[in-house]
Design a protein around this ligand. Structure first.
Ligand SMILES: Nc1nc2c(ncn2[C@@H]2O[C@H](COP(=O)(O)OP(=O)(O)O)[C@@H](O)[C@H]2O)c(=O)[nH]1
Ligand SMILES: [Mg+2]
Ligand SMILES: [Zn+2]
Length: 292
């Protein structure tokens, strides 16, 4: 006798995956079937049918079709699936320590826009940052149209506000190392599960593999780092659309304007007139000229 159950994939190793069974707090280690050579590798966020064997071991039988795949692209056109079924990309930026790196933030927002996934802009470490910088950044991204949340996960400031913004969402934390992603994950309750995973022997993998925490109807994934998120080769057209305030603020003389040296460029005029932030233009220019 064995039982077939619904599970969420938490973290994936070479031949096994940690899965969270419906109604259970702690993830279990599950074997991946090897029978078929072209079985799909699970990724965090996958929904799976698993079989619970009499001896207590778990086998992944079947992966449900994915509603969404978060892809890492490289310039040579290769892709890697980072996570499945995510519906919210949470960009985490510290106001200090490390200093805010707006290029990373803008890259992640463009990534979300090109992948047609909603983004939430989170700033951390308000206790360490300059109030003026904080206010300017909150205003800048809110004006573009993003939902912005300020949180201090270390001291518990506005954790409830962030929890409300994530309610029912299948969210992925992204951002540079040290900005507070794992602190957010813990502040929202993810620690117990991660702790148990390491205790059961995931070992070193906990630092590199993405980790998932079930939250009400949704989930939260703590990702290893932003370096994993390449945009690949992207055209100036796509990039202009991904910087969502550009098409609204600008009308260029040439329809194929790259907003670099062209005459009568509406984007340049909007930057000069303060309708597009210089930092956003700098990010656009950097991304266009240095594809990752
Ligand atoms: N002062 C302060 N420190 C924070 C805050 N959030 C995180 N930290 C600290 O920043 C460091 C890096 O946090 P961590 O969550 O590991 O960042 P991650 O690399 O993005 O996962 C840790 O020492 C945290 O305690 C915050 O809001 N204020
Ligand atoms: Mg971390
Ligand atoms: Zn232009």
């Amino acid at each position: 006798m064995s039982e077939e159950l619904h599970a969420l994939v938490v973290s994936v190793g070479k031949n096994a995956a940690w899965v969270s069974l419906e109604g259970e707090q702690l993830p279990r280690l599950a074997q991946l079937r090897r029978a078929s050579g072209r079985r799909a590798m699970p990724v965090p966020g996958d929904e799976a049918e698993v079989r619970l064997l009499e001896d207590g071991s778990v086998v992944v039988e079947h992966l449900a079709p994915r509603r969404f795949e978060l892809l890492r692209r490289s310039v040579d056109g290769r892709t890697k699936i980072m996570a499945a079924n995510v519906d919210l990309l949470v960009t985490v930026t510290a106001l200090a320590d490390p200093p805010p790196r707006l290029l990373t933030l803008d890259q992640l927002l463009a990534f979300a826009s090109l992948d047609e996934i909603e983004a939430l802009v989170v700033f951390t470490k308000p206790d360490l940052g300059e109030p003026a910088v904080r206010d300017a950044l909150l205003a800048l991204y809110a004006r573009i149209g993003y939902r912005v949340v300020l949180v201090d996960p270390k001291h518990g400031g506005n954790v409830d506000g962030l929890r409300a913004a994530l309610a029912g969402r299948r969210a992925l934390l992204t951002g540079n190392s040290g900005v507070g992603k794992s602190s957010i994950f813990r502040a929202l309750g993810g620690e117990a599960i991660v702790g148990e995973v390491s205790r059961h022997g995931l070992g070193r993998q906990t630092t590199t593999a993405a980790r998932l925490y079930r939250m009400n109807d949704g989930f939260l994934i703590d990702s290893p780092g932003v370096n994993e998120f390449g945009l690949g080769a992207v055209t100036h057209d796509d990039l202009t659309r991904a910087f969502v305030e550009f098409p609204q603020a600008a009308h260029c003389r040439f329809t194929d304007c790259k907003h670099l040296q062209e005459p009568d460029c509406g984007v340049h005029a909007a930057v000069a007139g303060g309708r597009i932030a210089r930092s956003r233009y700098d990010s656009y220019r950097h991304m266009l000229l240095n594809p990752t």
